[in-house]
Design a binder for this molecule. Structure first.
Ligand SMILES: Nc1nc2c(ncn2[C@@H]2O[C@H](COP(=O)(O)OP(=O)(O)OP(=O)(O)O)[C@@H](O)[C@H]2O)c(=O)[nH]1
Ligand SMILES: [Mg+2]
Length: 574
C-alpha cells in the first residue's frame, strides 16, 4: 500500500519477503553467532544474547508488511488516552482509576488484521483485544497500548518486559509528575533506548504546565534520553521528545470542537508515525539495534574496549618471560650438563670398543656387563629418566604467576575461565608432555669414527709387541742368554728385550691417548649438539603448551573484539 507523507510517496506495505527482511541482517546475525560462541568460551553467560537471536529469528518469521509500535509508560500517564486521541474514539478504556489497562490492546490496520494474527499472538495480545482501523496514513502500523510499567500489580510490569523485546518501535509516554521516575529511566530507558531504532518520547499532559515549563521539562527529558543512549546509539540516532495533551485532543474530538487529531502534540505524533519508511526497514533496523546491543553487552562483559586495539589477556612480554622461566626451570630438572657428560662418556665407550685393541674390547665388555656404561654413558636413558631428578613445581609456578597477575586486569566475568587454564594437574600434564616430546628423538646413539678402527689396528699391534716383549724379557730373565745392551742416558746400559718392552708399552700408551683425545673431541661436539637440540625442543614445546588453555580464550576474545568492531558495518541495516 502506498501513502503520501509530506509530499513523499512511501511504500509501506510492499511485497516483503522474509528473505529480504533478513537479507540485511545476515552479517549482523552471523556476528552475533560469533560473539555468542566467543563469550561462551570466555565463560560469559550468553543467555541474553541467545534470547535476542531467538526473538530476531522468530520476528523474521512473521511478514513485515506492518510494524508494531508499543505505547509504554507509567500508570496514568495517558497511554490509552493517546491511543484514543490518535484513533479519534475510545478504542482503549482510559480513566482516573489506577491501573486501567491490564492487558495489551492492539489497534491494527483492518487490511493487515488477518496476517497479523500470528504475530499478535506471539506478542501476547489477547485475541479479543485487537481493534481495527482504516487510517490510510497509518496503514502498515499496529499500535499496542500496554499496561503500566510501574504498577502495583507486578504482572503488569512483567507483561511490558516480555513484550518489549518483540516490538519494532516504542513511544515512551510520561507526564509532568513522572518524567524523572527512576523506574522509567533506570529500569527501562537505559536498557531499551540502545536496543531500539525507532522510538519517541512523549511528555503527555503538557496542558498542566506553562509553555515555558513544558519546554524546560522537554529539554531535561531530551538530555536524559541522550544519556541513556550513551555512546552505543547506532548511527548517531537521536530520540525525539515531544509535548502532547491527549485529553485536550480527546475532549476536542468529543465536543466536536475540532478534529480528533487537532492537538499539536497528537498531530506531531501522528506525523512521526506516518513518516516511517517501509515496515520491513523498521523491523530490520530494530533487530539490528538489538543484535548490536547484545554483541556490545557481551564485549563489555569481556572487558573489551572496541575503541582501542584488541588487547590480549596476557601481555606478550609477560608471556615471553613466563615461557623462558618455565623452560629454564624444566631444563634444570633435565640437567643438561649431566646429559653432556653422559654423551661424552658414551662416545668414549664406543671409541674404546673399536679403537683400544684387544684389551680395550675386554674392558668395554666388562663396563657394559657391570651396568656401569648404562649408568654413566647412556644420554638417551639419562634423558628419559628426567622426571626422577626433580619437581615441575618451579616451572608450573612461572606460568601460574603470570596468569594470576593477568587475572587482576581481566573482566570479572572472564576470571573463572582464565583461572581454569592454570589448573595444576592440567598444567603439569601439559609441561611434562612437552619435555617428553622434546627429548623423544631418534638418532641418540653415540657417534663413531673410522679413525678408531685404524687406531684399533695400531693398538692391536702395540699389544702384540707388548706380549712378545714380555715373553722375551721373561725368557731372558730365566735363561740368562746373552743379549745386546744399549746405552741409555741417565739410566746407563739397558738390555735390548727390556728396551723393547718399554717401547711397546710407550707405543700403547701414546695410541690410547690419541684415541682418548679424538673420542673426547667427537663426544664433546655431539654432546653440545644434543644439549642444544634438547634445549630448543623444550623451549618450543613449552611455548606451545604452557598457555594452551589461555590461547583458546585469547582467540575467543579476539573474535569477540572483531564482532563488536564490525557492528557498525554488519548491523547498519539501512
Ligand atoms: N490533564 C490531562 N489529563 C490527561 C491527559 N491524558 C490523559 N489524561 C487523564 O489521565 C488519566 C489516565 O489516563 P489513561 O489514558 O487511562 O492513562 P494510562 O497511561 O493508560 O493508564 P494505565 O492504563 O493505568 O497505565 C485519565 O483520567 C485521563 O483523562 C492529558 O493530556 N492531560
Ligand atoms: Mg491505559
Amino acid at each position: 500500500m502506498n501513502a503520501v507523507v509530506d509530499g513523499e510517496r512511501v511504500d509501506r506495505r510492499g511485497s516483503v519477503e522474509i528473505e529480504q527482511a533478513s537479507g540485511g541482517l545476515t552479517d549482523c546475525l552471523a556476528q552475533l553467532d560469533v560473539a555468542i560462541e566467543a563469550a561462551t568460551t570466555l565463560g560469559i553467560p550468553p543467555a541474553a544474547a541467545e534470547a535476542v537471536r531467538r526473538e530476531a529469528n522468530e520476528r523474521l518469521g512473521f511478514p513485515s508488511d506492518a510494524y508494531v509500535l508499543a505505547l509504554v509508560g507509567g500508570t496514568g500517564v495517558g497511554k490509552s488516552s493517546l491511543l484514543n486521541a490518535l484513533a479519534g474514539s475510545a478504542v482503549s478504556p482510559a480513566s482516573v482509576r489506577r491501573p486501567t489497562t491490564s492487558h495489551p490492546i492492539a489497534w491494527v490496520p483492518r487490511e493487515a488484521r488477518s496476517e497479523l494474527g500470528g504475530m499478535l499472538d506471539w506478542l501476547g495480545v489477547p485475541p479479543d483485544s485487537a481493534r481495527e482501523h482504516d487510517e490510510r496514513q497509518l496503514a502498515g502500523l499496529a499500535i499496542l497500548d500496554l499496561p503500566d510499567l510501574d504498577s502495583t500489580d507486578p504482572a503488569h510490569r512483567e507483561r511490558v518486559e516480555s513484550i518489549l523485546p518483540r516490538v519494532d518501535a516504542v513511544a515512551w509516554v510520561t507526564d509532568p509528575e513522572k518524567y524523572h521516575d527512576a523506574i522509567l529511566h533506570d529500569d527501562f530507558l537505559r536498557t531499551w533506548i540502545p536496543r531500539l531504532d525507532r522510538q519517541i518520547v512523549i511528555l503527555n499532559k503538557s496542558d498542566r504546565l506553562s509553555s515555558a515549563d513544558a519546554e524546560r521539562v522537554r529539554r531535561d527529558l531530551e538530555a536524559a534520553v541522550a544519556g541513556a543512549a550513551g555512546p552505543r546509539a547506532t548511527g548517531g540516532r537521536r530520540t525525539r521528545v515531544i509535548l502532547a495533551s491527549a485529553r485536550a485532543a480527546v475532549s476536542e474530538a468529543a465536543d466536536g470542537a475540532g478534529t480528533p487529531d487537532g492537538s499539536p502534540g497528537v498531530d506531531e505524533l501522528r506525523a512521526w508515525l506516518a513518516a516511517a519508511v517501509e515496515a520491513k526497514h523498521v523491523v530490520r533496523a530494530r533487530l539490528a539495534a538489538s543484535i548490536a546491543a547484545a554483541i556490545t553487552d557481551l564485549a563489555a562483559a569481556a572487558g573489551i574496549d572496541t575503541t582501542t586495539r584488541a588487547r590480549p589477556i596476557l601481555d606478550p612480554a609477560a608471556r615471553r618471560s613466563a615461557i623462558d622461566r618455565a623452560t629454564t626451570a624444566l631444563l634444570r630438572v633435565v640437567d643438561l650438563p649431566a646429559v653432556e657428560r653422559q654423551a661424552v662418556a658414551a662416545t668414549r665407550a664406543r671409541a674404546r670398543a673399536r679403537g683400544a685393541g684387544p684389551l680395550g674390547a675386554i674392558t668395554s665388555r666388562i663396563y657394559r656387563l657391570s651396568g656401569r656404561e648404562a649408568r654413566v654413558a647412556d644420554p638417551a636413558g639419562f634423558l628419559a629418566r628426567w622426571r626422577d631428578r626433580g619437581s615441575l613445581a618451579p616451572a608450573l609456578e612461572a606460568i601460574r604467576v603470570s596468569v594470576t597477575t593477568a587475572l587482576g586486569d581481566s573482566a570479572p566475568a572472564t576470571r573463572p575461565a582464565i583461572a581454569a587454564t592454570i589448573h595444576p594437574a592440567l598444567l603439569e600434564h601439559g609441561l611434562a608432555g612437552a619435555v617428553d616430546r622434546a627429548i623423544a628423538s631418534r638418532g641418540r646413539e653415540a657417534p663413531t669414527s673410522r679413525i678408531w678402527a685404524v687406531i684399533g689396528l695400531l693398538q692391536t699391534g702395540a699389544t702384540l709387541a707388548l706380549v712378545l716383549a714380555g715373553l722375551w724379557v721373561a725368557l731372558w730373565l730365566v735363561v740368562k742368554f746373552p743379549v745386546d745392551s744399549v746405552a741409555v742416558p741417565v739410566l746407563g746400559q739397558l738390555p735390548v728385550p727390556f728396551i723393547f718392552l718399554v717401547g711397546a708399552l710407550l707405543a700403547g700408551y701414546v695410541i690410547a691417548r690419541l684415541l682418548g683425545a679424538h673420542a673426547g673431541w667427537v663426544g664433546r661436539r655431539w654432546a653440545g649438539r644434543l644439549a642444544g637440540e634438547v634445549r630448543s625442543n623444550v623451549g618450543r614445546e613449552v611455548e606451545s603448551v604452557a598457555f594452551e588453555g589461555l590461547d583458546r580464550l585469547e582467540a575467543a576474545r579476539r573474535a569477540l573484539w572483531h564482532a563488536a568492531r564490525s557492528i557498525s558495518e554488519a548491523c547498519s541495516a539501512r
